[in-house]
Design a protein. Structure first.
Length: 177
């Protein structure tokens, strides 16, 4: 697979991001798998109709949670009554919730959620020139400055004086003066 933004060839189809430009390739894979159609969202919309399996599973889990919340007060009643009989209520509710959850998971019908697919078009990557466009700003290099008196070549010399010559002359003048 190639990245649609920068045309970088990917090492495998399971890569999540382009190694060159960082484009998320998961969306590209979904587009290729669905003939250019992308689901409106990755999760089903809230307020959708639940399947009987999902309803039963939720009801069983709610009953089990409610029984766990009742365990503390009924444990207090059990201590006050000095017998374990009040604990039958939360344990019975927990067992009913567990049975409802298992029944829903094994026997209720599951209806997968339906997504509304929307066409999703990928724009072609922008054309990038090999060289940058010509700039209007004139850049002056510090090397292209005007001639300095220290750079003037003395007659008979083939190169300008070295950097240390000026300092050497300065010290000689101080010794003489």
């Amino acid at each position: 697979m190639y990245c649609p933004r920068c045309s970088q060839q990917q090492s495998s189809d399971t890569v999540r991001f382009c190694s060159r430009c960082g484009l998320p390739l998961i969306v590209v894979k979904e587009l290729l798998d669905n003939d250019g159609v992308l689901p409106a969202s990755g999760t089903p919309a809230r307020g959708r109709n639940l399947s009987p399996r999902e309803k039963g599973t939720r009801l069983g889990a709610k009953i089990m949670f409610f029984s766990a919340a009742l365990l503390i007060p009924f444990f207090g009643l059990s201590i006050a009554a000095e017998e374990p009989a009040p604990l039958i209520v939360p344990f019975t509710l927990f067992f009913i919730g567990l049975l409802r959850l298992l029944y829903a998971r094994m026997f209720d019908e599951y209806v997968p959620p339906k997504y509304q697919a929307q066409p999703y078009l990928i724009e072609p990557p922008p054309k990038v020139a090999a060289l940058p466009a010509e700039q209007d700003v004139i850049f002056k290099s510090p090397l292209s400055r005007g001639a300095d008196t220290g750079d003037i070549v003395e007659p008979g010399r083939s190169s300008p004086p070295s950097v240390t010559e000026h300092t050497t002359k300065l010290f000689e003048d101080q010794k003489q003066g």
